[in-house]
Design a protein around this ligand. Structure first.
Ligand code: ATP
Ligand code: MG
Length: 215
């Protein structure tokens, strides 16, 4: 099987996430994409997050109807007793559940990839599996190559692939989804429509529970 891990805050999950997952699924014949909401992402502690339960519920709703899209509890705190989840740990956990014939990819947007040098054990993470890096408006794909520490590089990069010493970075430049969770939270706070920006069931959930509404 070809399996991808897709981590994020997903506060809330939106059509940009789904376009990225769909494009990766088609380009890499993925059999499973595990959407892993982070319980408390280390780099995002500066703003209050919507509870894990709500973010997971929205991810579960967004995964409905696509057999390959799997909502994952890998970073749920009750599963690991930890407050903070590091991607390297999550990759190891998912890899341990797979068989040796399975191929694991780390699916990530261009903006988030640029932050990897600041992540825990970033070299080990880049050594652990191939990455699928999806384009995102505002984050030039040329920056990706520059973000990789030179000691991890080897061989010649092409438009679609940057070879690293143990793995490869695959660049998927066909996604042009100008949508973000932050923009959606602002729209919801102003009581504006989220139609087309989040799946209908997710919009329904946000509306019913008044998530992101100014209190
Ligand atoms: P926020 O605005 O709160 O930062 P976000 O929209 O960036 O939210 P995240 O949950 O931070 O969403 O992103 C999870 C993953 O999805 C990251 O790897 C990110 O790069 C990727 N991603 C998010 N939105 C897009 C998009 N519009 N196009 C491509 N990738 C995206
Ligand atoms: Mg983000």
């Amino acid at each position: 099987m070809n399996v991808a891990l897709f981590g994020g805050t997903f506060d809330p999950v939106h059509s940009g996430h789904l376009s990225a997952a769909q494009a990766a699924m088609e380009a890499f014949a993925l059999d499973q994409i595990h959407f892993v909401p982070a319980s408390i992402p280390p780099h995002k502690r500066d703003r209050p997050l919507t509870s894990f339960a709500h973010r997971y519920a929205m991810v579960a709703l967004a995964c409905t109807g696509v057999p390959q899209f799997i909502p994952s509890l890998l970073e749920a705190s009750e599963q690991n007793g930890e407050e903070v989840n590091y991607s390297i740990v999550t990759v190891r956990k998912l890899a341990a559940l797979l068989s040796s014939e399975d191929r694991l990819y780390f699916l990530i947007g261009a903006d988030a990839f640029l932050e990897i040098p600041q992540w825990r054990e970033s070299a080990a993470l880049l050594d652990s599996c191939d990455f699928i890096i999806v384009s995102r408006p505002g984050f030039p794909i040329e920056e990706i190559e520059k973000a990789v520490p030179s000691e991890l590089r080897t061989g010649r990069a092409t438009e679609k692939c940057i070879p690293l010493r143990r793995t490869s970075l695959h660049l998927l430049t066909t996604v042009q989804a100008d949508v973000s969770s932050s923009a959606i939270r602002s729209l919801a706070a102003e009581g504006k429509s989220l139609c087309g920006l989040v799946p209908d069931w997710v919009g329904d959930y946000i509306q019913k529970l008044q998530l992101f509404h100014e209190s």
